[in-house]
Design a protein around this ligand. Structure first.
Ligand code: FES
Length: 66
């Protein structure tokens, strides 16, 4: 994970795959609720895995709003 890039743009979730909050949210809205599934939805796979906790946070926020 490129922490410096992430600090520059808080909407950037996965610096390895250039996935933003909107990309993760779209996958969640389409029913994905697992880190790997969300990556696959965006036609990629985790590399360093450093974004998993951020993705999990977005999943939790979505669950809390339901
Ligand atoms: S930041 Fe490395 S896999 Fe997402």
């Amino acid at each position: 994970m490129d922490v410096d890039r992430k600090k520059l743009d808080p909407t950037l979730v996965c610096t390895c795959n250039d996935l933003y909050i909107s990309d993760i949210q779209e996958a969640i809205n389409d029913g994905e609720e697992d880190y790997i599934e969300i990556m696959q939805y965006n036609y990629t796979l985790p590399r360093c895995g450093g974004c998993e906790c951020h993705v999990d946070q977005l999943i939790s926020i979505n669950d809390a709003e339901l």
